[in-house]
Design a protein around this ligand. Sequence first.
Ligand code: ZN
Length: 296
Amino acid sequence: MQQCRLRRPAAFAAAALGLFAASCGGAGHAISTSVRMPPAKTTTPAGAIPTTSTLPASSTTTTTTPTATSTVATLPSGQPLSGKVVGIDPGHNGKNYTNPSFLNQQIFNGRTMENCDTTGTQTVSGYTEAEFNFNVAQYLTADLQTEGARVVLTRSNNSGVGPCIDQRAQILNASGAAVAIDIHADGGSPSGRGFAILEPVADGPNNAVIAKSETFGSDVRDSFLAITGMPLSTYDGTDGINFRSDLAGLNLTTVPKVLIECGNMQNATDAAMLTSTAFQQSSALALAVAITNFLR
Ligand code: ZN
């Protein structure tokens, strides 16, 4: 989405897209405390997809929570999401950079007009945010399906262009989803670290889901902090939460939704995590746990 535009166009011809670095700033803050975790579990149910729900041993201790120690993070047991629909929007798309005129078309974001989308950011070595977002979305889809949910995605691959951010919101609004998540990674200052949850501000269309989105945002923040090893953002929001009125996906939503910036792709430590399969899988697991906590 638009909140973290490409900071350094680098390999992409982004200068032609009219993309500029944007501030994703905010006060840095320290650690939160309480974490609502599902009961610890050491096996997966029949029919589960263990490769998407099993963490490496080095990432499975929840030392930040005062109520649990050495808890192995796994998917909640059974099919707690049976009959539920969950929406996932993996931000951007892998070939967005090929079509500047498509990206530059103007859409209404709920408050004002803005570009249809951007290319997203990337690491210094060129690993794209679009790929990260899509990989996590795929792992999350598998986890949620294991839990019995039906999943609706805003894009089905990472080799296309679009859809625009307003259309992404409309896809999820029309899906019957009980909750939805926008998956992104940030392009902040290289010295900044960590993840942030971006939450909607009431503007009309989203009025009915503001409170639930705030509850869901806390679930996501606590789960992500406990499971992934990524710290809270040192530069975006307060205690990992930032309320944003400039994002189409949040302005236009009629289902409870937050956007997560899973880390800062411009920071070397965060980038090493974001580009690893283990972190992408644990990110998906953390989101699945949060979604389950929220829905049950
Ligand atoms: Zn993004």
